[in-house]
Design a protein around this ligand. Structure first.
Ligand code: PGA
Length: 249
């Protein structure tokens, strides 16, 4: 049975949209609100300020942050800077950051702690490669990522976790509802051990990886799937709106 939690759908625009295009896209999404889910738009840094000012039904998220609050870190943006812009959520540990920008588990851990310190809600991404799945290492990979990410974080009240199998991201090959549910259930059990069963029950666990309007309903029927982290399909207003509207309970 699905527990009654408000669903959440997050659009990760990655490195797409000029700020003007982003504003137009955000406005189109806004016009169809309010929605049956929390909706978070994560545009590139350059569009955060422009888009943030125009949001009413949607909330603002960033795709990354640095763990330090300020300093000599050329090219980086801190959680305090995001907070000052009205950002509420931040994606941390996306597999593209891990793979292309060599982010380690310990760097992800520091970012999560910093996000929480600044009052941002971290969306912590975990997921296995195809090789790891084929070698039946999915659960151990996820456990290791979670353990290192959350180690020593005592009261992560607002945290969200996104299961994003790397083989499903941008591939058009989403996890089956059964696979998503298996891993989400595993995550919930592990979080229950790390913290408490009631915290684990209240935690929103998102699925990400080739989520589209035509597969979202089956995924959302799974008892432990509480929402979605959407990449490519979040750049097409109608598709994204259909995904959000498929999450009514
Ligand atoms: P996708 O990306 O929906 O394009 O597969 C998801 C993500 O990277 O968060």
């Amino acid at each position: 049975m699905k527990t009654q939690k408000r669903p959440i759908v997050i659009g990760n625009w990655k490195m797409h949209t000029m700020h003007t295009e982003g504003l137009a896209l955000a406005n189109t999404i806004e016009k169809q609100g309010p929605y049956p889910a929390d909706v978070v738009i994560c545009p590139p840094f350059t569009a955060l300020s422009t888009i943030g000012c125009s949001l009413k039904y949607c909330q603002l998220g960033a795709q990354n942050m640095h763990a330090a609050s300020q300093g000599a870190y050329t090219g980086e943006v801190s959680g305090s800077m995001l907070k000052a812009l009205g950002v509420q959520y931040v994606i941390i540990g996306h597999s593209e950051r891990r793979q292309l920008f060599f982010e380690t588990d310990s760097c992800i851990h520091e970012k999560i702690q910093s996000a929480l310190d600044f009052g941002l809600i971290p969306i912590v991404c975990v997921g296995e490669t195809l090789q790891e799945r084929n070698e039946k290492k999915t659960f151990s990979v996820i456990k290791n990522q979670l353990q290192k990410a959350l180690n020593g974080i005592n009261n992560p009240v607002s945290i969200h976790i996104a299961y994003e199998p790397i083989w499903a991201i941008g591939s058009g090959l989403a996890a089956t509802p059964e696979i998503a549910e298996q891993v989400h259930m595993y995550i919930r059990e592990y979080i229950s051990q790390l913290y408490t069963p009631s915290f684990s029950q209240s935690l929103r666990i998102l699925y990400g990886g080739s989520v589209k309007a035509n597969n979202v309903e089956e995924l959302f029927k799974q008892p432990n799937v509480d929402g979605f982290l959407v990449g490519g399909a979040s750049l097409v207003a109608e598709e994204f709106i259909n995904i959000i509207n498929s999450t009514h309970l």
